[in-house]
Design a protein around this ligand. Structure first.
Ligand code: TPP
Ligand code: MG
Length: 442
């Protein structure tokens, strides 16, 4: 599969992200919405039809190349971005989607069994993550949130590493330079500043806009719908636009920010926010891996070629809980979840492969077996990870000695040593405490 690098000029072709964005409209009316949308008390402004869209279905401006039933919809504006794909590539995407979902369910199970502290499920967002990752070139840099274990997998990060982060056996997880995949960021939106700063550096270094897409660099920042309301994100947008930074902001609009629906984050479709900052925004069906790939390829190509930032809103749905610490039945309806299950990203690609005669039962069985083997492998390797010495949590916090931290470290050592003395400690802690106490004595 080759990586398209057809460079678009602002407004020059109908398929340019810049012209597509300017062609979008703001008309339309709300016909239905998430269950909790009615929580808004009606006001004169909130009943003004010009301010309302049907935020629950995506609208006609949403780029879709595969319908929920798996039918390929020709689109002259976007087809050329994926016209190199072979049936083998599509089978490869299917494999990735299934493996990532299995990876996700294994993470969930491990947390429920007490082996992980927390797990943020990506179920439902597999196509958004696999499609976006497939659009990247090796030289591009990715700045994720905490939910992008699918992107990490596609980027080549050892799938054990994100699990180790949630187990607490590592405070970082992986070397960001190894796959140009930066560390998970739980501080909502902060990674958009990192991505923008990195992209500004790329621009200053002359590492983009050279006319060589095979080496020009772009950054891809992942963020959620809720994050778009964060100050950091809006500051990132301003800087990215003002400095023509080669960054694509990839918003996974999964309709919820924990219990807050997207209707509480915005009065307009999120992709339209970009226009106010002076760069294009596009909405793509985030459950359609082909459309996500096409749109993200186009966006990254524009950024690499020096035309500044873009926003891609991948319209998708978080089918599971926010994290294993959340109970979504408290704030969203079963009907809403069922409606989105009909737009499942894996089912639609499977239906397409079957309709085309490109995959059969033996292929699907082989993929399922590969996914199970994948899950068994990461589980076994996770459970074999040694518990870290508790004293290592202080390593690498500051480059130089810090008196407050030194005092806290000493207090921790004293606390852990006290367990050893009265013998009431559990196994794992005792090991660490002894090790630490010995270290202190030495
Ligand atoms: C600065 C900051 N404020 C609040 C939180 C708590 N928090 C964690 S996840 C989350 C919701 C994020 O929603 P969204 O951006 O839509 O991403 P999603 O979790 O849906 O992928 C919040 C508010 C945080 N981690 N950081
Ligand atoms: Mg969200």
């Amino acid at each position: 599969m080759s990586d398209h690098t057809v460079v678009t000029t602002p407004g020059s072709t109908p398929e340019s992200p810049r012209s597509s964005a300017s062609g979008s409209t703001t008309s339309g009316s709300r016909t239905s919405g998430p269950a909790s949308a009615s929580a808004h008390p009606p006001t004169a402004r909130s009943t003004d039809p010009r301010l309302h869209r049907d935020l629950s279905r995506g609208g006609p401006e949403m780029v879709q190349l595969l319908t929920p039933a798996g039918q390929r919809v020709p689109d002259p504006a976007w087809d050329r971005w994926i016209d190199d794909l072979t049936p083998d590539d599509l089978r490869g995407f299917y494999r990735d989607l299934v493996i990532v979902r299995r990876y996700d369910s294994e993470g969930h199970a491990l947390q429920r069994q007490g082996e992980l502290g927390l797990w943020p499920s990506l179920k439902g967002q597999e196509a958004a993550q696999i499609g976006a990752a497939a659009a990247l070139r090796d030289q591009d840099h990715v700045f994720p949130t905490y939910r992008e274990h699918g992107v990490a997998y596609a980027r080549g990060v050892d799938p054990l590493s994100p699990l180790a982060v949630w187990r607490g056996t590592t405070t970082g997880g992986w070397d960001p330079d190894e796959h140009n995949f930066h560390l998970f960021t739980v501080v909502i939106g902060a990674q958009t500043l990192h991505a923008t700063g990195y992209a500004m550096g790329v621009r200053l270094d002359g590492a983009c806009a050279t006319g060589h897409p095979e080496t020009d660099v772009a950054t891809l920042a992942f963020l959620g719908d809720g994050a778009t309301a964060q100050g950091d994100v809006n500051e990132a947008f301003v800087y990215a636009a003002a400095f023509d930074a080669p960054v694509v902001f990839f918003v996974q609009n999964n309709q919820w920010a924990i219990s807050a629906p997207v209707t509480k984050q915005t009065r307009v479709p999120l992709y339209q926010r970009a226009a106010g900052f002076g760069f294009p925004g596009l909405r793509v069906d985030g459950n359609d891996v082909l459309a996500v790939l096409a749109v993200t390829r186009a966006a990254l190509a524009e950024a690499r070629s020096g035309q500044g930032p873009l926003l891609v809103e991948a319209f998708t749905y978080r089918m599971g809980a926010h994290t294993t610490a959340d109970d979504p039945t408290r704030y969203r309806s079963a009907e809403e979840v069922e409606a989105w299950a009909d737009r499942d990203p894996i089912a639609r690609l499977r239906a397409h492969l079957v309709a085309q005669g490109w995959a059969d039962g033996a292929f699907f069985a082989e993929v399922d077996a590969a996914a199970d083997a994948f899950a068994a492998d990461v589980r076994a390797r996770l459970l074999a990870l040694p518990d870290p010495d508790p004293s290592t949590m202080w390593d690498h916090v500051y480059a130089e000695d810090h008196p407050v931290m030194a005092a806290e470290q000493a207090a921790q050592a004293e606390y852990l040593a006290s367990f050893v003395e009265d013998g009431t400690v559990e196994d794992g802690v005792e090991d660490g405490a002894v090790g630490h106490a010995e270290g202190q004595e030495a």
